[in-house]
Design a protein around this ligand. Structure first.
Ligand SMILES: *Cc1c(COP(=O)(O)O)cnc(C)c1O
Length: 225
C-alpha cells in the first residue's frame, strides 16, 4: 500500500475530531512529500537536528510537532518554527521553551508528558508533579507557552487490558484538571495518546491526537528508532 492509501485508511478509522500526526522520524523527505501531497500537514519528529533540517527543506505550511525527549539546550533550534511540543517533562524545559518563544515573539503550544508506562525508559511527570507544576507561582509567570493538553506513551505491549489501564491514567488526570479548573479549558483540549499499534484503543480511551509512524511510512530500522 502507498503512503497516501495508508493515511486514508487510518483517517477512515479515526473520528473526525481526532488529529492524525504523521510521525516521520528517520524517514527521508521524499516520503514526507508523499504524505504532504496526500494532504497531510501535521508531522511529528523526535530529533532536533533532523527536525531543523526538514523544517528548512520542506514546505512552510507543514505543522511540526516535536514528540521526542527534548534537552533544554536544544530548545532554541526549534522554537522559531515548531507548532507544538508534546514531550514537556520538566519545569526547567517549560521555562526554556517560554524564554525562547519570547525571543521569537511566539507562543508555543505545549503538552505535559505524563508517565504512564510500566517501563523505566520512558519520561514524564507523575500526577502529583503535574498538579504541583500547574498550581505553582513560577508556572503562572510564563507568558509565551500555552498548555494545550497531556501526552502519554503506553508500554510496548499488546496486552489490551494493560494498555487501557495506562491510557486511563492520563485520561483521568486530563478530565480532573479541567473539572477542578486547574487548567484553562478553552485551550486545554488535547490528549495525545496512541501510536501505530494502539491508536484504535487510544481513541476509545479519549485520544484527540494520535501519533502514527510505521503504519504510514513503514517500519523504521530498529537501530535508528
Ligand atoms: C516513534 C514514536 C511514535 C510513532 O510510533 P509508531 O509505532 O511508528 O507509530 C509515536 N510517539 C512517539 C513519542 C514516538 O517516539
Amino acid at each position: 500500500m502507498s503512503i497516501a492509501q495508508n493515511i486514508s485508511q487510518i483517517k477512515n478509522d479515526l473520528p473526525k475530531a481526532v488529529l492524525l500526526v504523521a510521525v516521520s522520524k528517520t524517514k527521508p523527505n521524499e516520503l514526507l512529500m508523499e504524505a504532504y501531497d496526500a494532504g497531510q500537514r501535521h508531522f511529528g519528529e523526535n530529533y532536533v537536528q533532523e527536525l531543523v533540517d526538514k523544517g528548512i527543506q520542506l514546505p512552510k505550511d507543514i505543522l511540526w510537532h516535536f514528540i521526542g525527549h527534548l534537552q533544554s539546550n536544544k530548545v532554541k533550534y526549534i522554537t522559531p518554527f515548531v507548532h507544538s511540543i508534546h514531550s514537556v517533562d520538566s519545569f526547567k524545559l517549560l521555562e526554556e521553551i517560554d524564554k525562547q518563544a519570547k525571543k521569537n515573539n511566539r507562543t508555543i503550544n505545549c503538552l505535559l508528558q505524563i508517565y504512564i508506562a510500566k517501563e523505566e525508559t520512558k519520561f514524564g511527570f507523575d500526577e502529583s508533579d503535574c498538579l504541583a507544576l500547574l498550581q505553582s507561582e513560577e508556572y503562572k509567570k510564563l507568558t509565551n507557552i500555552k498548555i494545550i493538553g497531556l501526552m502519554g506513551m503506553a508500554s510496548n505491549t499488546d496486552n489490551q487490558t494493560q494498555l487501557t489501564e495506562e491510557f486511563s491514567i492520563v485520561k483521568k488526570l486530563f478530565d480532573s484538571l479541567i473539572e477542578k479548573k486547574i487548567v484553562d479549558a478553552t485551550c486545554f483540549k488535547h490528549l495525545s495518546i496512541g501510536m501505530s499499534s494502539d491508536y484504535q484503543l487510544a481513541v476509545k480511551c479519549g485520544s484527540t491526537m494520535v501519533r502514527v509512524g510505521s503504519s504510514i511510512f513503514g517500519q523504521r530500522n530498529y537501530n535508528t528508532l
